[in-house]
Design a protein around this ligand. Structure first.
Ligand code: AVJ
Length: 307
């Protein structure tokens, strides 16, 4: 049995069953996530883009000339393009992703659209330190870019560890530009994760479809329902799949039993306060130099430099 399958089974054997949110993103899941970003209730993507558009010149100013932009998790998204268009003679764009296919696809588009910028993709699991490529132009500073509030998927210790990897990759004089979703009226957050069109529910259930295909498991998709709950005291959304009846499923050589209403946690989405994020950034060796938010203070983009 592979390590990956063993880890999956171990998560399903815990008293509170868990599956890593990385299993959301097969081809269908990635399309469903794209759809989520366009839902009226899902404020994160639009709000972050609005912040970037409003403050892009100031961002380019603090980053300075000839930066190396190192994006953790390669997206060919609008925010990356905005940066590449406004940075002052960027030295190189380095998208980092665990999926080579995703990376090469992304690289081709970016390189075609920005022929004057060197693009050097790196296949790596960015949860662990990795080697950076050598660009033709010597960068003045490395800027790690981590948009989308993806940091929210990590529990505190893992978030800290990831920020420390970023600190290492940024190197001396390096910086971090990171998008972080903020605590706010719980009703706004609840709506974002329980959209009326049911796309998030489908995105959540699709994880089981993905596992069935990739690992030959037999989860009955019709017997699980979506639930997402914002817990203000924990500052996070808990996303779950609820078993609608007593049932069992098989994966690898394991038999997993479910009681009626028993849940699998498929994701946490942590929401920070500005001070809370500054504290964890400090612990990782960064100081927050600048924070930009939208007028409603729903989302934030932090520019952090190394102490
Ligand atoms: C991609 C992790 C930022 O937490 O908002 C969207 C994923 N889950 N709807 C988020 C997600 C349910 C998303 N992140």
């Amino acid at each position: 049995m592979t390590d990956e399958l063993e880890t999956l089974i171990a998560g399903l054997r815990q008293p509170q069953k868990m599956i890593s949110p990385k299993y959301f993103y097969d081809e269908t899941g990635s399309k469903l996530f794209e759809e989520i970003t366009q839902l009226p209730e899902y404020y994160l993507t639009d709000t972050e883009l609005e912040i970037m558009e409003t403050h892009i010149d100031e961002m380019a100013g603090v980053i300075g000339e000839k930066a190396s932009l190192i994006e953790f998790g390669a997206g060919s998204g609008m925010k990356t393009r905005l940066l590449l268009e406004h940075l002052h003679s960027p030295a190189v764009y380095v998208p980092v992703d665990i999926s080579e296919e995703h990376l090469l696809d992304n690289q081709r588009h970016i390189q075609d659209d920005y022929p004057d910028i060197e693009v050097l993709p790196v296949v790596a699991d960015f949860l662990h330190p990795f080697d950076l490529p050598n660009p033709k132009t010597m960068p003045h500073r490395n800027v790690v870019y981590f948009p989308g509030s993806t940091i929210g998927n990590f529990e505190e210790n893992d978030a800290l560890e990831l920020l420390r990897v970023m600190h290492g990759e940024a190197g001396e004089d390096g910086a971090l530009l990171i998008g972080v979703d903020l605590q706010k009226d719980p009703a706004v957050i609840d709506a974002a994760y329980n959209d009326s069109a049911g796309v998030t529910a489908e995105f959540n259930r699709n994880m089981l479809r993905h596992l069935n295909r990739e690992f030959g498991s037999d989860f009955d998709l019709d017997a699980f329902e979506h639930r997402a709950t914002y817990k203000p005291d924990e500052g996070r959304v808990v996303v779950e799949l609820i078993s609608t009846r007593e049932q069992e499923a098989h994966i690898g050589d394991a038999r997993i039993e479910f009681g009626r209403n028993e849940t699998i946690i498929t994701e946490y989405s942590h929401k920070y306060t500005l001070d809370g994020f500054a504290a964890i950034a400090n612990e990782a060796g960064f100081s927050v130099d600048k924070v930009w938010t939208d007028p409603r203070d729903w989302f934030s983009v932090h520019y952090c430099t190394r102490d």
